[in-house]
Design a binder for this molecule. Structure first.
Ligand code: MLT
Length: 265
């Protein structure tokens, strides 16, 4: 456990070399990266945190809304606590990608590269933000179930739903174990996130954009547009995968990640 920014954060820290930070989506934890940790640890120092409030990490005080900037500040402080001085590759999925863009905005000098997985640059519409706040209130009263049941069919691809029930069960288990307070705080933080679309053209570090072909939340066409806006980025579509592509097609994501990583590390 690392004491940072008034809370206790946990991370898996394995391997040596260029640091590769793997930042999970919502409402998950570092275990969503299990296959990537195994595949990348022979080539990198892989650091896979549980974000504030999720997995083994504590929520801390005053968690009304955890903004994406605050998560990014936590990660910068965590890297300091781990004595990581060299530039990192920041890989974030979905909410982890929202955090990646805030990390880039504040700490660009600490970045060797970015991997944006199944994520978006756009902010929420007013209706989507209101729905997040309503879900936050509901989860605080009822627990994680309404959030999980609303999300699960949307985040897993059709192939996973049909052929890989153990993946569906595993994702449901992790989501159901998330604390209601953390779910509510992260939902309120995502509702506040800024629109980063206009900033994409200023990203100057090497960037890999990865999306599952069956991703209904951050669809391939939208992510292709993000990649086109980021100078020199590489775009890879992962077959037979939805929004949680690293879990749904780990071999496909590992291959894309490793091939690109070896060119930047
Ligand atoms: C995620 O997977 O992190 C979520 O889909 C993010 C979101 O709710 O926008």
């Amino acid at each position: 456990m690392l004491s940072v920014n008034g809370t206790e954060l946990w991370c898996e820290d394995r391997g040596q070399g260029t640091p590769l930070l793997l930042v999970h989506g919502f409402p998950l934890d570092h275990t969503m990266w299990a296959a990537q940790i195994d595949a990348m640890a022979p080539h990198a120092r892989v650091i896979a945190p549980d974000l504030r409030g999720f997995g083994r990490s504590r929520l801390g005080e005053n968690a009304g809304a955890i903004t994406m900037e605050r998560f990014a500040d936590d990660l910068a402080a965590m890297l300091d606590a781990l004595d990581v001085c060299q530039p990192i590759v920041f890989c974030g999925l979905s909410m982890g990608g929202y955090i990646a863009l805030q990390f880039w905005r504040k700490y660009a000098a600490r970045l060797r590269g970015l991997i944006l997985c199944d994520t978006r640059a756009a902010a929420d519409s007013p209706e989507a933000a209101a729905a997040r706040r309503a879900m936050a209130d509901r989860v605080l009263g009822e627990g994680p179930e309404p959030q999980v049941e609303a999300m699960l069919p949307r985040v897993l691809g059709e192939t996973t739903a049909r052929l890989h029930p153990h993946v569906v069960d595993g994702v449901r288990r992790v989501m159901m174990s998330a604390s209601a307070a953390a779910i509510a705080a992260a939902q309120r933080g995502m509702a506040e996130r800024p629109d980063m679309t206009a900033a994409l053209g200023r990203i100057a570090c090497p960037t890999l954009v990865v999306v599952g072909q069956e991703d209904a939340s951050s669809p391939p066409a939208e992510m292709r547009g993000m990649a086109q806006a980021i100078p020199g980025s590489r775009f890879v579509e992962i077959p037979a995968a939805g929004h949680l592509s690293p879990l749904e097609n780990p071999a496909g994501v590992n291959a894309a990640m490793l091939e690109w990583f070896l060119t930047v590390s």
